[in-house]
Design a protein around this ligand. Sequence first.
Ligand SMILES: Cc1ncc(COP(=O)(O)O)c(C=O)c1O
Length: 515
Amino acid sequence: WLNSAGSSFCSVVGDAEHIPDHRINHIIHNGGLYKRPFNEAFEETPMLVAVLTYVGYGVLTLFGYLRDFMRQWKIEKCQNATEREEQKDFVPLYQDFENFYNRNLYMRIRDSWNRPICSVPGAKVDMMERVSHDYNWTFTYTGRVIKDIINMGSYNYLGFAQKTGPCQEAAAKVLSQYGAGVCSTRQEMGNLDKHEELEKLVARFLGVESAMAYGMGFATNSMNIPALVGKGCLILSDELNHASLVLGARLSGATIRIFKHNNMQSLEKLLKDAIVHGQPRTRRPWKKILILVEGIYSMEGSIVRLPEVIALKKKYKSYLYLDEAHSIGALGPSGRGVVDYFGLNPEDVDVMMGTFTKSFGAAGGYIGGKKELIDYLRTYSHSAAYATSMSPPVVEQIITSVKCIMGEDGTTIGRARVQQLAENTRYFRRRLKEMGFIIYGNEDSPVVPLMLYMPAKIGAFGREMLKRNIGVVVVGFPATPIIESRARFCLSAAHTKEMLDTVSLSSCLPSAHAC
Ligand SMILES: Cc1ncc(COP(=O)(O)O)c(C=O)c1O
């Protein structure tokens, strides 16, 4: 399965040599377009594990039917949302069967999600203890706080989610000066000097002509894509793109075609087809072709093959929209994201999108690019025209953290954090691999999916880790393919080596799949 990604620039070296050929399905390295090693591995699910996982889901489904039968005959109580008695003859508002999975599978492990935290989401976090007396249908709080849980679940890549330090002090000062809310849109009374300062700074940070900031990362995608493309345009979207990109693409009214995850052969085939055949029926050329990709994919821990995507986009004269939600701050020698990581020119990406919710410990999103693009979006984007502008202390948190990363605060703290994150990432991934875990993704990705596979392990892993004072995010179907349930660790520059050792050792429970 080597080179299944379809690049013609492939050679396998380094770490890849130590993985038996039959277990690798996606490794590629350092082709002509790449200035640095690019090692990414997605081991195939072992056959026995796959069979046992399907058997596990089969057993759960059988018991689900049995319990549904008992609920129907009122032998077992069901607390699911049901139709109101007086609307029984309406078309059902809640599709009963679609909730089968929620009722019978998700409910068993529901305690692994939505756990309320009650502190800053730093390297350690405090969590409110809760218990369920009715098998996870409802929860009650015990009033106890579980203190100092090692936080492996927040996207606090550079450790800027802090309640002390320069960012917090600056944000507190701005809060006392400007208040928390703006109560208007940018086009009306909500255009603060702070917003303009932020946008100029972000443009400089990204190395682009201009930038615009928005109050919400999700809306940055879902509201700006429709401003850029519409009917008669073609969107080529990676199959694992985030929901906000998917929603934006759908809202735009453009035709959407999906290429296999990070697979350049698949993308090129779609581009070729689009150029050769044009629009269906009329055969007219597409008005625009827009490629949508992410920098780091947050479920797979993969990094976009940006040099190849840029080469293709240039070859077929299409546009590129890059979502750097997880990669900005977290990748590249100076933390400027995936473009910096590969040593590319930011001008080669037409639309640079990212969020402030992760590496900057704040909220909101941005779009960067040519001045004409940003001027156009200021007028035509719904999130620019109709949404209230960003809260001033949040803006200040971003300004201070970006300046820190750029070294404009007069310190090397930012640069050190970027390096620390890279070191933590390599160290933690190496530890887990040495212990025999199957982990996915790129060796430089701070998102580390550890494969659990079996449904029973999803809840068990989350609970056992919490008992050891470690907070992890576990993910299963439908967020992943049915046999690829996983725990997803998000590394931070704020994690110490001791914390990472504790987490890797604690992961070695019977519930994790170590070889
Ligand atoms: C790739 C990607 N884009 C956009 C978003 C939405 O950003 P936000 O959470 O800042 O609204 C996310 C959120 O996790 C994301 O992962």
